[in-house]
Design a protein around this ligand. Structure first.
Ligand code: HEC
Length: 217
């Protein structure tokens, strides 16, 4: 019987070194590699930074859990028919240049919203739909968000934004007024418009004509 340690036998030093190798590898793949891939991403020309009001609306989007049912990442036509669904071209990294934290979402109980501002630019529609989704999409299973609105008998005060519901849903004598949270949220939704041309994620190197012809005889 040999008294030496077997190659696989654990001791403190081996455990520590092994742990460092695994940690280092994981950091490289999960932190360093994405950093190197995304470090040169610029905001595309067509993308404007969010305004204060739109950022406040973004907080409402987060607080009300919209991300649990809506994604913000139209996929490539090879992966899903998102473009045919009218959700827009596949998104690229630059489309999210001003998004922190990102709201990509994974669930698609409802449609993708990265281009909802282009698809449905009506502020009236957006407000009314948040107040009562079923007034616009019969059978919709999106929850209504009545606490973002104030329902009152009589008239609205000057400066208030009245929600113009479809006649079947408007109650006589009652007025629905959008609270600042609803107005901010709709401002944010209308800013979701990535219909400008996409920038390539990284600068594409031009292949040299001579080497290209050699590679493909
Ligand atoms: C429980 C899931 C669920 C949640 C939470 C939810 N939605 Fe929806 N949403 C849906 C479904 C389903 C539809 C499609 C039916 C419809 O138009 O109402 C939809 C539709 C929409 C549409 C219209 C999309 C289009 O292409 O016409 C918008 C805008 C929208 N939701 C915004 C929001 C916002 C903003 C929030 C958060 C305040 C939210 N949704 C929360 C399920 C959800």
């Amino acid at each position: 019987m040999s008294s030496g340690k077997s190659f696989w036998e654990m001791d403190e030093l081996r455990i520590i070194i092994g742990g460092m190798i695994i940690l280092g590898g994981a950091t490289g793949i999960l932190v360093l590699l994405p950093y190197l891939l995304l470090e040169n991403v610029r905001p595309p020309e067509g993308l404007k930074p969010y305004t204060e009001q739109q950022l406040a609306g973004r907080q409402q989007y987060i607080a009300n859990g919209c991300v649990y049912c809506h994604s913000q990442q139209p996929r490539d036509s090879k992966l899903a028919p998102d473009n045919k669904r009218g959700w827009g071209r596949a998104s690229v990294a630059g489309d999210y240049a001003y998004d922190a934290p990102h709201l990509l979402g994974t669930m698609r109980t409802g449609p993708d919203l990265l281009n909802i501002g282009a698809r449905q630019p009506s502020k009236d529609w957006q407000l009314g739909h948040l107040y009562q989704p079923r007034a616009y999409t019969p059978g919709s299973n999106m929850p209504s968000f009545p606490y973002l609105f104030e329902v009152r008998q009589g008239a609205a005060k000057p400066g208030e934004t009245v929600v113009n519901l479809p006649p079947a849903f408007a109650k006589p004598g009652e007025v629905v007024v959008a609270k600042p949270q609803a107005l901010a949220l709709v401002d944010y939704l209308l800013a979701l418009d990535r219909t400008y041309p996409a920038l390539p994620a990284l600068p594409v190197a031009k292949p040299k004509a001579t080497t290209a012809s050699k590679e493909k005889p």
